[in-house]
Design a protein around this ligand. Structure first.
Ligand code: 0A1
Ligand code: ZN
Length: 888
């Protein structure tokens, strides 16, 4: 077998750039087949650098001209290979003039300059700018940019770049031009241009300071009825950052542009954010509550990057979490604050924790496990991960928990005071937090340097005579690739104690005077004891309140204690968690019963606990829905030494059908109580009601009779918004009984109707593919058939994700078919995508991360599929890194 060896880049090898760049002037003559780019760069030697050469990166571009200080450079004056252009012996002051040509229409990678639906877009993070011109394309090189765009006026009536529009006008031959100037220095990864036929919704907005700014949301024609929510989210983001962090928009104009061809969610280019349409376009006909929430958080996320990422950026890509972890924390807080009440905040927190557990915990336990600040990579694009983003956000949240609201704000203020306009490191952030609060946060660095999810074990003992309650906490962290031994983390563990009536009792730690109902214990040693005094009754501990650290908590709760917490805990996270623990315990027992062929049953304690929650009118519907949602098949698999997808699916479905059977009347009542008639509004309260109602519906069809199935069908037909429509369709397609022949004709009709109704709405057709890809009835052959559908395309990332990724990642019982047909499909798709779009291909490669967790027979087939991909000729660095690590 011929597997190429990937080149690894190490964090420890960081060297400052040999030259700084002051100004960049660029002129683009836009043609899809051959865009001509003329770039003038003024540079000066960095005398503090060990790098003596002038190093420029370039990839997949044609070099037409190179002049240094006004003189054409002969080929012998520089060295050029596929990745870099190096000029040795350059003088200390350099003006470079570079001309390059780009075939944007052939660029299917969606990195650099590319064409989508006839319009030009760029994506420069992380290393896409080098596909436009030769440049020191690294984030610590910050410069001022002036950009001239020229193109056919009919084909490209709109010409956008970063900053302010300073000039525009007509040229010969039906062309026109626009000149843009960005008043702020920025790294090249924040460069952007957009050119094409687009229309915009725009508004003038007054900042708190009284300054007026222009806000624009640009979309393709026909989509202006779907931009209001993005615009509202942008205005909310601007206001929130002023209020919560005292950070003002620094530009006079802020633009959002949507494209249907995008590898990720969105990109924070200075003043010109480019978005996947998924995170811009919404109206009630086509978008669900989840879509609306996603738009709000991604618009917020990109906007917040303007300070955390753009004004203060990363010194090198190993520091990616400096901007991403912090900005995710900020967008999570923004969405939580916007709901406007404590339960809403808690619901958002639980949803975020669910994502972390579902996606990041498995990553941290698999072959791609890496620290929040990685030590090495082959391809940086593979490190835009849930660890860097979501675990990174948890790390930032721990500062918030340890330092408090005011303390955190002081840290942020100092961070900007020290580092505005600079490219810095995660250590700089930690130091600002420590210095602003006079705290020692040295040990906290281990959250950045050690991979793996720590386990915290708790033991409690109550001494009625001494009236003391002792909580013994110990920590450990499993080994990960390259890190066999881990040192103790600095872990904030938020704890409350609940009495038999369900009340929080006041807590005082031995040797301390402060009294509170929640205490933040700082676990810093491998093992530590915390003694609470004046505890005069038996209590149940509520540990890791609000999920105060990204760890796995082990405590030997009895079922009764969990039911007690589920009924009473004042901390909504721990209350929800108690229900999840009850459900997980049952799921695991049932999986083992399925495997042994034993009879399956569900106990009354569990059923009654859920009934009580379902019927508790004091609880928000959104919260009740979260409790009613069982741990996913992926989460159950993570708890098992050997995951058996078929038994997991059977066991989980058994729990669902049994609950449906026993709670039928309660579910019907919840359904009726949570109808949301009238005009659609995506607000959290209404969305919560819809969530509970649709959760009830999905249960009801698990134990169907003619009436419940008809309820779903009628909801589908009469739905006035996409949330209700898709929920009904999903209930009909995903229930256990969908496996029976009954109703199969109705299901086919409904699917056909949905397609016809929304044929022209790409984002809705994505949903149509996903619903089918994740249905228990859909096997590999049906996925292959869907791949032949005229609406399917491998080259559109959203579409590929909607079918292929959805099947491989979210239909485990079918993907892991015993004959290996799912794995064969996976390898074919990875190989096909590798040619088109390596970034997307590498993401799909990750579906095999946990292959060593499956039964031996599956493992063999999965390994063979991985090897097949690894042996493919012309494999990108992206895919190569993932499959090499999986096979290591
Ligand atoms: N910085 C963006 C995400 C992003 C990263 C890489 C991309 O292309 C490789 C595109 C977008 C964010 O955090 O939103
Ligand atoms: Zn980001």
């Amino acid at each position: 077998m011929n597997i190429a060896t990937p080149v690894t880049i190490y964090r420890k090898d960081y060297v400052a750039p040999g030259f700084w760049v002051d100004t960049v002037e660029m002129g683009f003559d836009l043609h899809p087949q051959r865009t001509h780019v003329a770039t003038r760069i003024t540079m000066r030697r960095n005398h503090d650098s060990a790098e003596k050469d002038l190093v420029l990166f370039g990839e997949d571009i044609k070099l037409l001209q190179l002049r240094m200080n006004g003189v054409n450079l002969k080929k012998s004056a520089y060295s050029l290979n596929k990745e870099r252009l190096v000029i040795s012996n350059a003088p200390d002051q350099v003006t470079l003039e570079i001309e390059t040509a780009i075939a944007a229409d052939k660029n299917t990678t969606m990195s650099g300059l590319y064409v989508s639906n006839g319009n030009f877009f760029t994506q420069c993070e992380a290393e896409g700018f080098r596909k436009i011109t030769y440049f020191p394309d690294r984030p610590d090189v910050m410069a001022s940019y002036t950009v001239m765009l020229r193109g056919d006026k009919k084909l490209y009536p709109v010409l956008l770049s970063n900053g302010n529009l300073i000039e525009q006008g007509d040229l010969d031959d039906g062309r026109h031009y626009a000149k843009w100037e960005d008043p702020f220095k920025k790294p090249s990864y924040l460069f952007a241009l957009v050119a094409g036929k687009l229309v915009c919704q725009e508004e003038k907005y007054k900042l708190k300071s009284g300054r007026q700014v222009l806000l624009q949301v640009w979309v393709e024609e026909g989509n202006l009825d779907k931009t209001q929510h993005a615009m509202d989210s942008l205005k909310n983001s601007i206001r929130w950052d002023e209020e919560r962090f005292g950070l003002e928009l620094d530009l006079d104009r802020f633009m959002i542009v949507a494209t249907s061809d995008f590898n990720m969610g969105a990109m924070e280019n200075k003043g010109l954010n480019i978005f996947n349409t998924k995170y811009v376009l919404a109206n009630s006909r086509v978008a669900t509550d989840t879509d609306y929430a996603g738009i709000e958080s991604v618009v917020g996320h990109e906007y917040f990057h303007n300070w955390t990422g753009n004004r203060v950026t990363c010194r090198d890509w190993f520091q990616l979490s400096l901007k991403e972890g912090l900005t995710v924390f900020r967008d999570q807080e923004f969405s939580g604050d916007l709901v406007g009440n404590e339960t809403g905040r808690a619901v958002k927190r639980i949803e975020d924790v669910r994502v972390l557990r579902q996606l990041q915990f498995p990553e941290d336990a698999g072959p791609m496990a890496h620290p929040v600040r990685p030590d090495s990579f082959v391809e940086i694009n593979n490190f835009y991960t849930v660890t860097v983003y979501e675990k990174g956000s948890e790390v930032v949240r721990m500062y918030y928990t340890l330092l408090g609201h005011e303390g955190f704000r002081k840290g942020m203020d100092l961070y900007f005071q020290r580092h505005d306009g600079h490219a810095v490191t995660c250590d700089d952030f930690r130091t600002a937090m420590a210095d602003a609060n006079g705290r020692d946060l040295k040990q906290f660095e281990r959250w950045y340097s050690q991979a793996g999810t720590p386990h915290v074990k708790a033991h409690a003992s109550y001494d009625a005579n001494a009236k003391t309650y002792t909580l013994n906490l110990s920590q450990s962290c499993p080994k990960t690739a390259g890190q066999a031994k881990k040192l103790p983390f600095h872990i904030p563990v938020a704890v409350g104690l609940i009495d038999a009536e369900g009340n929080d009792i006041p807590l005082q730690l031995q040797g301390e005077s402060a009294i509170a109902t929640t205490k933040i214990l700082e676990l810093k040693e491998a093992q530590q004891s915390f003694v609470f005094i004046n505890i005069d009754r038996e209590v149940t501990p509520s540990i890791l309140r609000n999920f105060s650290a990204p760890v796995i908590l082990e405590y030997d709760y009895s079922d009764e204690q969990l039911a007690h917490l589920l009924a009473h805990d004042s901390d909504p996270f721990c209350r929800w968690e108690a229900g999840q623990r009850l459900a997980m315990r049952r799921s695991l027992n049932l999986v083992s019963a399925v495997q042994k062929g034993e009879a399956l049953s569900l106990d009354d304690l569990f059923i009654q606990a859920l009934r009580k929650t379902l019927n508790d009118q004091h609880l928000d519907p959104a919260f009740r829905e979260l409790v009613l949602t069982l741990p996913s098949e992926v989460m159950i698999a993570e708890e098992m030494a050997i995951a058996d997808p078929h038994s997991i699916h059977t066991a989980r479905q058994f729990v669902r059908t049994t609950l449906a059977q026993h709670l039928k009347a309660d579910l019907l009542q919840a359904y009726q109580d949570n109808l949301t008639p009238g005009k659609y509004s995506p607000d959290a309260q209404s969305a919560g009601k819809r969530a509970l109602k649709n959760c009830a519906l999905a249960y009801l069809v698990e134990w169907p009779d003619a009436a419940t199935y008809a309820l779903a069908h009628t909801q589908y037909q009469e739905a006035e918004n996409m949330t209700d429509r898709i929920a009904a369709l999903s209930a009909m397609l995903h229930c256990s009984s969908a496996l029976d022949k009954a109703h199969s004709k109705t299901r086919k009709q409904v699917l056909a109707h949905f397609y016809k109704e929304f044929e022209s709405e790409a984002l809705v057709i994505d949903k149509w593919f996903t619903l089918q890809a994740t249905a228990p009835t859909t096997d590999v052959e049906q996925v292959r058939a869907l791949m032949q559908h005229k609406a399917f395309s491998m080259s559109n990332p959203n579409r590929a994700r909607s079918l292929i990724f959805a099947f491989c990642n979210a239909n485990p019982a079918r993907f892991h078919a015993a004959d290996g047909s799912g794995y064969a499909l996976w390898s074919e798709c990875v190989i096909a995508l590798n040619k088109l779009n390596p970034q997307v291909a590498a993401r799909l490669s990750r579906s095999m991360d946990r292959w060593t967790k499956y039964p031996k027979a599956n493992q063999a087939l999965m390994k063979a599929a991985l090897q097949k991909v690894a042996a493919t000729k012309k494999l990108s660095k992206d895919v190569l890194e993932v499959v090499t690590k999986a096979l290591a």
